[in-house]
Design a protein around this ligand. Structure first.
Ligand SMILES: [Zn+2]
Ligand SMILES: [Zn+2]
Length: 133
């Protein structure tokens, strides 16, 4: 049990150290593995899945993307750069998304997933550099 608890902490610490990056499980595993080579990939993947299911970490599923994880669990949205694939946070209330929808489906809404797509600042600058040259 103690062993499980400490492996869980290693995974959560690794994810926290990557905050803002929205790493996939592979990246979290690499971070854990660098300092703790005895922790198996299967263990890291399982712990991430468990923690996401229980809401202690946020599973970030974007269209046509790898499954990512976020140590930040308060309500926020994500935008993915279509060029380099980097993912950043978008705060709730931004861009007029709240209040944009009317639910006349008769369904009770339990969750909403909104995924933004665009071009990050670095890629936009690189594009400008190329076209300007
Ligand atoms: Zn980019
Ligand atoms: Zn996020």
């Amino acid at each position: 049990m103690q062993r499980n608890t400490s492996q869980r902490k290693l995974v959560l610490d690794a994810l926290a150290s990557l905050e803002g990056e929205h790493p996939g499980a592979e990246r979290v595993y690499e971070r854990v593995h660098a300092d703790h080579p005895t922790v198996s990939k299967a263990t890291v993947y399982r712990i991430l899945k468990d923690e996401a299911a229980s809401g202690r970490v946020l599973g970030v599923d974007l269209p046509r993307d790898i499954g990512r994880f976020d140590s930040r669990t308060d309500g926020h949205y994500h935008i993915r750069c279509r060029i380099c694939g980097k993912v950043a946070d978008i705060e709730r209330g931004c861009c007029g998304t709240d209040g944009l929808f009317v639910n006349n489906s008769g369904y009770e809404i339990e969750d909403v997933m909104i995924a933004f797509s665009g071009v990050c600042a670095e890629c936009a600058a690189a594009e400008r550099g190329r076209t300007g040259a």
